[in-house]
Design a protein around this ligand. Structure first.
Ligand code: SF4
Ligand code: SF4
Length: 439
Protein backbone atom coordinates (compact mmCIF):
# COMPACT_ATOMS: atom_id res chain seq x y z
CA UNK A 1 0.00 0.00 0.00
CA UNK A 2 1.31 3.48 -0.86
CA UNK A 3 1.05 6.16 1.78
CA UNK A 4 1.01 9.63 0.31
CA UNK A 5 3.80 11.87 1.57
CA UNK A 6 2.78 15.53 1.43
CA UNK A 7 5.35 17.20 -0.85
CA UNK A 8 4.42 20.70 0.32
CA UNK A 9 5.98 20.02 3.72
CA UNK A 10 9.32 19.25 2.12
CA UNK A 11 9.63 21.86 -0.56
CA UNK A 12 10.83 25.19 0.84
CA UNK A 13 14.56 25.24 1.49
CA UNK A 14 15.46 26.76 4.84
CA UNK A 15 16.69 30.32 5.25
CA UNK A 16 20.32 30.83 6.29
CA UNK A 17 20.73 29.76 9.92
CA UNK A 18 19.88 32.30 12.60
CA UNK A 19 21.49 30.27 15.35
CA UNK A 20 23.95 27.42 15.55
CA UNK A 21 22.83 25.09 18.33
CA UNK A 22 19.59 23.76 16.88
CA UNK A 23 17.39 23.60 13.81
CA UNK A 24 13.59 23.69 13.95
CA UNK A 25 11.55 21.82 11.34
CA UNK A 26 7.96 20.81 10.74
CA UNK A 27 6.30 17.74 9.32
CA UNK A 28 2.67 16.68 9.10
CA UNK A 29 3.37 14.91 12.42
CA UNK A 30 4.15 18.16 14.23
CA UNK A 31 7.17 20.24 15.25
CA UNK A 32 10.66 18.88 15.71
CA UNK A 33 14.12 20.11 16.57
CA UNK A 34 17.60 18.89 15.71
CA UNK A 35 20.05 19.57 18.55
CA UNK A 36 23.24 20.16 16.55
CA UNK A 37 25.74 18.82 19.09
CA UNK A 38 25.21 15.07 19.10
CA UNK A 39 22.78 15.25 16.13
CA UNK A 40 19.78 14.46 18.38
CA UNK A 41 16.24 14.78 16.98
CA UNK A 42 13.26 15.58 19.26
CA UNK A 43 9.56 16.02 18.62
CA UNK A 44 8.29 19.08 20.48
CA UNK A 45 4.98 20.82 21.08
CA UNK A 46 3.88 23.83 19.07
CA UNK A 47 4.38 26.17 22.07
CA UNK A 48 7.94 24.98 22.54
CA UNK A 49 8.62 25.44 18.83
CA UNK A 50 7.29 29.00 18.97
CA UNK A 51 9.40 29.75 22.05
CA UNK A 52 12.54 28.37 20.35
CA UNK A 53 11.83 30.36 17.19
CA UNK A 54 11.45 33.55 19.24
CA UNK A 55 14.38 33.17 21.66
CA UNK A 56 17.50 31.01 21.12
CA UNK A 57 18.18 31.05 24.90
CA UNK A 58 15.12 28.85 25.27
CA UNK A 59 17.23 25.97 23.97
CA UNK A 60 19.40 26.01 27.12
CA UNK A 61 16.37 26.46 29.39
CA UNK A 62 14.79 23.33 27.87
CA UNK A 63 17.85 21.34 28.95
CA UNK A 64 18.73 20.36 25.36
CA UNK A 65 22.28 21.74 25.57
CA UNK A 66 24.47 18.85 26.81
CA UNK A 67 26.66 19.43 29.89
CA UNK A 68 29.60 17.79 28.15
CA UNK A 69 30.00 18.56 24.45
CA UNK A 70 29.69 15.65 22.04
CA UNK A 71 32.18 17.43 19.77
CA UNK A 72 34.79 19.59 21.49
CA UNK A 73 37.71 21.58 20.07
CA UNK A 74 40.13 18.66 20.26
CA UNK A 75 41.63 17.86 16.87
CA UNK A 76 42.42 14.31 15.77
CA UNK A 77 46.13 13.66 16.43
CA UNK A 78 48.42 10.94 15.06
CA UNK A 79 45.51 8.88 13.71
CA UNK A 80 46.17 5.25 12.80
CA UNK A 81 46.07 4.58 9.06
CA UNK A 82 43.00 2.53 8.11
CA UNK A 83 42.50 3.16 4.39
CA UNK A 84 44.75 3.90 1.42
CA UNK A 85 43.78 4.90 -2.08
CA UNK A 86 46.34 4.02 -4.75
CA UNK A 87 46.56 6.13 -7.91
CA UNK A 88 47.85 3.07 -9.78
CA UNK A 89 47.41 4.87 -13.10
CA UNK A 90 47.83 8.61 -13.37
CA UNK A 91 46.44 8.43 -16.88
CA UNK A 92 43.02 7.86 -18.41
CA UNK A 93 41.38 6.91 -21.70
CA UNK A 94 38.50 9.38 -21.19
CA UNK A 95 38.53 13.17 -21.34
CA UNK A 96 35.74 14.14 -18.91
CA UNK A 97 35.01 17.84 -19.18
CA UNK A 98 35.33 18.53 -15.43
CA UNK A 99 38.10 16.06 -14.47
CA UNK A 100 39.74 17.19 -11.20
CA UNK A 101 42.83 15.25 -12.19
CA UNK A 102 43.42 16.83 -15.63
CA UNK A 103 42.63 13.70 -17.70
CA UNK A 104 43.89 11.55 -14.87
CA UNK A 105 47.45 12.89 -14.84
CA UNK A 106 47.05 15.30 -11.89
CA UNK A 107 48.89 17.85 -14.02
CA UNK A 108 52.01 15.68 -14.45
CA UNK A 109 53.27 13.42 -17.25
CA UNK A 110 50.96 10.34 -17.61
CA UNK A 111 52.44 7.49 -15.56
CA UNK A 112 51.71 4.14 -13.97
CA UNK A 113 52.51 3.13 -10.40
CA UNK A 114 55.28 0.52 -10.27
CA UNK A 115 54.75 -2.85 -8.59
CA UNK A 116 57.37 -1.90 -6.00
CA UNK A 117 55.48 1.26 -4.98
CA UNK A 118 52.12 -0.58 -4.84
CA UNK A 119 53.51 -3.35 -2.59
CA UNK A 120 55.21 -0.78 -0.34
CA UNK A 121 51.86 1.02 -0.03
CA UNK A 122 50.14 -2.19 1.06
CA UNK A 123 52.89 -2.87 3.61
CA UNK A 124 52.53 0.69 4.94
CA UNK A 125 48.77 0.14 5.35
CA UNK A 126 49.29 -3.11 7.29
CA UNK A 127 52.10 -1.70 9.45
CA UNK A 128 51.05 -1.94 13.10
CA UNK A 129 47.49 -3.16 12.34
CA UNK A 130 46.45 -5.89 14.78
CA UNK A 131 44.19 -8.91 14.22
CA UNK A 132 40.56 -7.89 13.72
CA UNK A 133 41.40 -4.38 12.49
CA UNK A 134 39.46 -3.41 9.34
CA UNK A 135 41.53 -1.90 6.54
CA UNK A 136 40.45 -0.70 3.13
CA UNK A 137 42.54 -0.60 -0.01
CA UNK A 138 41.02 1.40 -2.84
CA UNK A 139 41.97 2.18 -6.41
CA UNK A 140 41.23 5.44 -8.14
CA UNK A 141 42.95 7.31 -10.87
CA UNK A 142 43.12 8.29 -13.54
CA UNK A 143 41.60 5.04 -14.70
CA UNK A 144 42.95 2.28 -12.44
CA UNK A 145 42.31 -0.53 -14.94
CA UNK A 146 44.94 0.99 -17.25
CA UNK A 147 47.40 -0.62 -14.78
CA UNK A 148 45.45 -3.82 -14.09
CA UNK A 149 48.47 -6.03 -13.37
CA UNK A 150 49.76 -3.84 -10.53
CA UNK A 151 46.23 -3.43 -9.13
CA UNK A 152 45.76 -7.19 -8.95
CA UNK A 153 49.22 -7.81 -7.49
CA UNK A 154 48.52 -5.24 -4.75
CA UNK A 155 45.21 -6.93 -3.90
CA UNK A 156 46.79 -10.37 -3.81
CA UNK A 157 49.61 -9.09 -1.59
CA UNK A 158 47.07 -7.48 0.77
CA UNK A 159 44.99 -10.68 0.86
CA UNK A 160 48.11 -12.68 1.84
CA UNK A 161 49.02 -10.13 4.52
CA UNK A 162 45.44 -10.23 5.86
CA UNK A 163 45.55 -14.05 6.10
CA UNK A 164 48.90 -13.90 7.94
CA UNK A 165 47.88 -11.17 10.40
CA UNK A 166 44.13 -11.69 11.00
CA UNK A 167 43.46 -8.19 9.69
CA UNK A 168 40.19 -7.82 7.74
CA UNK A 169 40.92 -6.28 4.34
CA UNK A 170 38.25 -4.70 2.11
CA UNK A 171 38.73 -3.52 -1.47
CA UNK A 172 37.13 -0.84 -3.58
CA UNK A 173 37.62 0.66 -7.00
CA UNK A 174 36.23 3.70 -8.78
CA UNK A 175 36.41 3.17 -12.53
CA UNK A 176 35.04 4.73 -15.68
CA UNK A 177 33.87 1.24 -16.67
CA UNK A 178 35.14 1.28 -20.26
CA UNK A 179 38.00 -1.21 -19.75
CA UNK A 180 36.32 -3.80 -17.53
CA UNK A 181 36.65 -7.38 -18.78
CA UNK A 182 34.79 -10.52 -17.70
CA UNK A 183 37.96 -11.61 -16.00
CA UNK A 184 38.01 -8.37 -13.97
CA UNK A 185 34.47 -9.19 -12.87
CA UNK A 186 35.60 -12.60 -11.55
CA UNK A 187 38.51 -10.96 -9.75
CA UNK A 188 36.33 -8.28 -8.13
CA UNK A 189 33.72 -10.86 -7.17
CA UNK A 190 36.24 -13.23 -5.61
CA UNK A 191 37.70 -10.41 -3.49
CA UNK A 192 34.32 -8.87 -2.57
CA UNK A 193 35.09 -5.49 -4.14
CA UNK A 194 32.89 -2.43 -3.78
CA UNK A 195 32.94 -1.25 -7.40
CA UNK A 196 31.84 2.29 -8.24
CA UNK A 197 31.20 3.16 -11.88
CA UNK A 198 31.18 6.86 -12.78
CA UNK A 199 28.01 7.41 -14.86
CA UNK A 200 26.62 10.88 -15.50
CA UNK A 201 23.19 10.00 -16.88
CA UNK A 202 21.66 7.94 -19.65
CA UNK A 203 23.00 8.20 -23.22
CA UNK A 204 23.60 11.73 -24.49
CA UNK A 205 23.91 13.39 -21.05
CA UNK A 206 26.68 10.99 -20.12
CA UNK A 207 28.38 11.16 -23.54
CA UNK A 208 28.59 14.96 -23.44
CA UNK A 209 30.30 14.97 -20.04
CA UNK A 210 32.40 11.79 -20.20
CA UNK A 211 33.66 11.30 -23.78
CA UNK A 212 36.71 9.31 -24.86
CA UNK A 213 39.74 11.48 -25.49
CA UNK A 214 38.95 11.50 -29.23
CA UNK A 215 35.47 12.91 -28.50
CA UNK A 216 33.37 9.72 -29.00
CA UNK A 217 30.73 9.04 -26.36
CA UNK A 218 31.50 6.33 -23.79
CA UNK A 219 27.98 5.34 -22.64
CA UNK A 220 27.36 2.39 -24.94
CA UNK A 221 30.86 0.98 -24.27
CA UNK A 222 30.24 1.19 -20.52
CA UNK A 223 26.91 -0.61 -20.81
CA UNK A 224 28.54 -3.35 -22.86
CA UNK A 225 31.32 -3.78 -20.24
CA UNK A 226 29.29 -3.26 -17.06
CA UNK A 227 26.11 -5.26 -17.83
CA UNK A 228 27.85 -8.65 -17.32
CA UNK A 229 29.40 -7.30 -14.11
CA UNK A 230 25.98 -6.32 -12.75
CA UNK A 231 24.77 -9.88 -13.29
CA UNK A 232 27.75 -11.27 -11.33
CA UNK A 233 27.07 -9.38 -8.08
CA UNK A 234 27.16 -11.71 -5.08
CA UNK A 235 30.00 -10.70 -2.77
CA UNK A 236 30.83 -7.70 -4.97
CA UNK A 237 28.59 -4.63 -5.06
CA UNK A 238 28.50 -2.46 -8.19
CA UNK A 239 27.23 1.08 -7.62
CA UNK A 240 26.93 4.13 -9.84
CA UNK A 241 28.16 7.59 -8.90
CA UNK A 242 26.76 10.52 -10.83
CA UNK A 243 28.56 13.86 -10.90
CA UNK A 244 25.86 16.49 -11.30
CA UNK A 245 26.61 19.49 -13.54
CA UNK A 246 24.28 22.16 -14.97
CA UNK A 247 23.73 19.93 -18.03
CA UNK A 248 22.59 16.63 -16.45
CA UNK A 249 19.99 17.67 -13.91
CA UNK A 250 17.38 15.04 -14.81
CA UNK A 251 18.14 13.23 -11.58
CA UNK A 252 14.98 11.17 -11.34
CA UNK A 253 15.34 9.90 -14.92
CA UNK A 254 18.98 9.04 -14.27
CA UNK A 255 18.18 7.32 -10.98
CA UNK A 256 15.41 5.21 -12.53
CA UNK A 257 17.53 4.27 -15.55
CA UNK A 258 20.56 3.24 -13.50
CA UNK A 259 18.58 1.34 -10.88
CA UNK A 260 16.72 -0.36 -13.74
CA UNK A 261 20.06 -1.54 -15.14
CA UNK A 262 20.74 -3.37 -11.86
CA UNK A 263 23.22 -1.16 -10.02
CA UNK A 264 23.38 -2.01 -6.33
CA UNK A 265 22.91 1.69 -5.50
CA UNK A 266 23.07 5.09 -7.17
CA UNK A 267 24.33 8.35 -5.66
CA UNK A 268 24.69 11.96 -6.79
CA UNK A 269 27.22 14.66 -5.96
CA UNK A 270 27.38 18.18 -7.35
CA UNK A 271 30.40 19.33 -9.38
CA UNK A 272 31.71 22.13 -7.18
CA UNK A 273 35.35 22.54 -8.19
CA UNK A 274 37.01 21.65 -11.49
CA UNK A 275 40.26 22.95 -12.97
CA UNK A 276 39.29 26.05 -14.96
CA UNK A 277 35.73 25.96 -13.58
CA UNK A 278 34.26 23.75 -16.36
CA UNK A 279 30.76 22.40 -15.56
CA UNK A 280 30.78 23.77 -12.01
CA UNK A 281 27.37 24.27 -10.39
CA UNK A 282 26.23 27.84 -9.71
CA UNK A 283 23.71 28.79 -7.05
CA UNK A 284 20.71 28.53 -9.45
CA UNK A 285 21.85 25.06 -10.54
CA UNK A 286 22.21 23.98 -6.92
CA UNK A 287 18.66 25.18 -6.12
CA UNK A 288 17.35 23.12 -9.02
CA UNK A 289 19.45 20.15 -7.92
CA UNK A 290 17.96 20.40 -4.43
CA UNK A 291 14.43 20.25 -5.84
CA UNK A 292 15.36 17.23 -7.95
CA UNK A 293 17.11 15.49 -5.04
CA UNK A 294 13.98 15.95 -2.95
CA UNK A 295 11.87 14.41 -5.75
CA UNK A 296 14.19 11.37 -5.66
CA UNK A 297 13.97 11.36 -1.86
CA UNK A 298 10.17 11.29 -2.04
CA UNK A 299 10.37 8.25 -4.34
CA UNK A 300 12.63 6.66 -1.73
CA UNK A 301 10.13 7.40 1.04
CA UNK A 302 7.23 5.96 -0.95
CA UNK A 303 9.17 2.79 -1.72
CA UNK A 304 10.33 2.23 1.85
CA UNK A 305 6.80 2.77 3.20
CA UNK A 306 5.56 0.25 0.62
CA UNK A 307 8.18 -2.25 1.80
CA UNK A 308 10.29 -2.05 -1.38
CA UNK A 309 14.03 -1.59 -1.75
CA UNK A 310 15.03 1.71 -3.37
CA UNK A 311 18.79 2.07 -3.57
CA UNK A 312 19.21 5.85 -3.65
CA UNK A 313 22.43 6.00 -1.68
CA UNK A 314 22.30 9.69 -0.66
CA UNK A 315 19.03 8.99 1.19
CA UNK A 316 20.08 5.66 2.64
CA UNK A 317 23.27 7.25 4.01
CA UNK A 318 21.43 10.27 5.44
CA UNK A 319 18.81 8.07 7.15
CA UNK A 320 21.53 5.91 8.70
CA UNK A 321 23.57 8.89 9.91
CA UNK A 322 20.61 10.78 11.39
CA UNK A 323 19.36 7.62 13.11
CA UNK A 324 22.79 6.94 14.60
CA UNK A 325 23.22 10.56 15.64
CA UNK A 326 26.43 10.81 13.62
CA UNK A 327 28.36 13.90 14.71
CA UNK A 328 31.82 14.65 13.41
CA UNK A 329 34.32 17.47 13.39
CA UNK A 330 35.49 16.62 9.82
CA UNK A 331 33.60 15.81 6.61
CA UNK A 332 35.51 12.57 5.94
CA UNK A 333 38.60 10.64 6.94
CA UNK A 334 40.91 12.53 4.55
CA UNK A 335 44.28 13.37 6.07
CA UNK A 336 43.45 11.19 9.08
CA UNK A 337 42.70 7.45 8.80
CA UNK A 338 42.52 7.77 5.01
CA UNK A 339 45.34 8.84 2.70
CA UNK A 340 46.02 8.79 -1.03
CA UNK A 341 49.22 7.51 -2.67
CA UNK A 342 50.54 8.94 -5.94
CA UNK A 343 52.09 6.78 -8.67
CA UNK A 344 55.54 7.76 -7.35
CA UNK A 345 54.74 6.99 -3.70
CA UNK A 346 53.95 10.46 -2.35
CA UNK A 347 51.28 10.49 0.37
CA UNK A 348 48.36 12.91 0.09
CA UNK A 349 45.33 13.79 2.25
CA UNK A 350 43.11 11.78 -0.13
CA UNK A 351 42.80 10.64 -3.75
CA UNK A 352 41.94 14.18 -4.91
CA UNK A 353 44.98 15.76 -3.27
CA UNK A 354 47.46 13.61 -5.24
CA UNK A 355 50.15 15.97 -6.57
CA UNK A 356 48.64 18.91 -4.66
CA UNK A 357 50.89 20.69 -2.14
CA UNK A 358 47.77 21.74 -0.17
CA UNK A 359 47.29 18.12 0.94
CA UNK A 360 50.86 16.73 0.99
CA UNK A 361 51.35 14.22 3.85
CA UNK A 362 54.85 12.71 3.40
CA UNK A 363 55.84 9.69 1.35
CA UNK A 364 55.99 5.90 1.53
CA UNK A 365 59.74 5.81 2.07
CA UNK A 366 59.83 8.10 5.12
CA UNK A 367 56.26 7.58 6.30
CA UNK A 368 53.51 10.03 7.17
CA UNK A 369 54.78 13.55 7.92
CA UNK A 370 53.05 13.67 11.30
CA UNK A 371 53.96 17.32 12.00
CA UNK A 372 52.25 18.35 8.79
CA UNK A 373 49.37 15.91 9.26
CA UNK A 374 48.60 17.08 12.81
CA UNK A 375 48.79 20.75 11.78
CA UNK A 376 46.42 20.05 8.86
CA UNK A 377 43.95 18.25 11.13
CA UNK A 378 44.05 21.08 13.70
CA UNK A 379 43.42 23.65 11.00
CA UNK A 380 40.63 21.66 9.30
CA UNK A 381 38.54 21.07 12.48
CA UNK A 382 35.01 22.32 11.77
CA UNK A 383 35.13 24.67 14.78
CA UNK A 384 37.88 26.64 12.99
CA UNK A 385 36.05 26.78 9.65
CA UNK A 386 33.93 29.80 8.72
CA UNK A 387 31.01 30.11 8.43
CA UNK A 388 30.73 26.51 9.69
CA UNK A 389 31.32 27.34 13.36
CA UNK A 390 27.98 29.20 13.30
CA UNK A 391 26.01 26.65 11.24
CA UNK A 392 23.47 24.20 12.71
CA UNK A 393 24.44 21.58 10.09
CA UNK A 394 28.12 21.49 11.05
CA UNK A 395 28.25 18.07 12.75
CA UNK A 396 26.30 16.28 10.01
CA UNK A 397 28.15 18.10 7.21
CA UNK A 398 31.60 18.31 8.79
CA UNK A 399 32.45 21.53 6.94
CA UNK A 400 32.41 20.34 3.31
CA UNK A 401 34.92 18.40 1.22
CA UNK A 402 38.39 19.78 2.10
CA UNK A 403 39.51 19.69 -1.52
CA UNK A 404 36.52 21.66 -2.77
CA UNK A 405 36.68 24.14 0.12
CA UNK A 406 40.40 24.80 -0.37
CA UNK A 407 40.05 25.23 -4.13
CA UNK A 408 36.63 26.89 -4.46
CA UNK A 409 35.27 27.80 -1.05
CA UNK A 410 31.77 26.90 0.13
CA UNK A 411 29.28 27.66 -2.66
CA UNK A 412 26.89 24.85 -1.69
CA UNK A 413 25.92 25.58 1.92
CA UNK A 414 22.27 26.38 1.14
CA UNK A 415 22.09 23.17 -0.88
CA UNK A 416 23.65 21.13 1.96
CA UNK A 417 21.35 22.63 4.60
CA UNK A 418 18.30 22.29 2.31
CA UNK A 419 19.07 18.64 1.74
CA UNK A 420 19.61 17.95 5.45
CA UNK A 421 16.40 19.82 6.28
CA UNK A 422 14.46 17.55 3.91
CA UNK A 423 16.28 14.43 5.19
CA UNK A 424 15.36 15.29 8.79
CA UNK A 425 11.69 15.54 7.76
CA UNK A 426 11.88 12.26 5.86
CA UNK A 427 13.58 10.61 8.85
CA UNK A 428 10.76 11.60 11.20
CA UNK A 429 8.14 10.34 8.72
CA UNK A 430 9.90 7.02 8.11
CA UNK A 431 10.52 6.46 11.81
CA UNK A 432 6.77 6.89 12.31
CA UNK A 433 5.64 4.72 9.39
CA UNK A 434 8.40 2.15 9.06
CA UNK A 435 10.35 1.99 12.36
CA UNK A 436 11.55 -1.48 11.34
CA UNK A 437 13.49 0.11 8.43
CA UNK A 438 16.00 1.33 11.02
CA UNK A 439 16.50 -2.05 12.72
S1 SF4 B 1 30.13 23.72 4.75
FE1 SF4 B 1 28.51 22.61 5.90
S2 SF4 B 1 28.90 23.12 8.07
FE2 SF4 B 1 30.01 24.64 6.82
S3 SF4 B 1 28.58 26.38 6.66
FE3 SF4 B 1 28.31 25.08 4.84
S4 SF4 B 1 26.62 23.68 5.37
FE4 SF4 B 1 27.36 24.58 7.28
S1 SF4 C 1 38.56 15.69 1.04
FE1 SF4 C 1 36.81 15.58 -0.36
S2 SF4 C 1 37.43 14.17 -2.03
FE2 SF4 C 1 38.84 13.88 -0.30
S3 SF4 C 1 37.94 12.16 0.86
FE3 SF4 C 1 37.18 14.07 1.78
S4 SF4 C 1 35.21 14.46 0.77
FE4 SF4 C 1 36.34 12.95 -0.49
Amino acid sequence: MLVRIAPSVSSPPPAPPKQKDYHLFETELGSHVLAADGSRVYSIGADTARALAADPDEFGRLGLQPDARYVDDTAVEDPPLRALSLAVAQKCNLGCVYCYASRGTFGDAPQNMSLEVALAAVDRLFEGASAGTRLNLSFLGGEPLVNRGVLRAAVEHATRRAAETGVVAGYSITTNGTLISGDDGQFFESHGFAVTISMDGAGADHDRLRPFQDGRGSYSRILERVTPLLAMQRRMQVSARVTVTPSNLDLRGTLETLLGLGFHSVGFSPMLASPGGAAEMGSGDLSLMLERMIECGQSFERSIVAGERFAFSNMATAMREIHRGTHRPYPCGAGAGYLGVSATGELAACHRFVGDAAGAMGNLRDGVDSVRQNAWLRERHVHLQEPCSGCWARYLCGGGCHHEVIHRGRPACDYIRGWLHYCLQAYVRLLDRRPDYFD
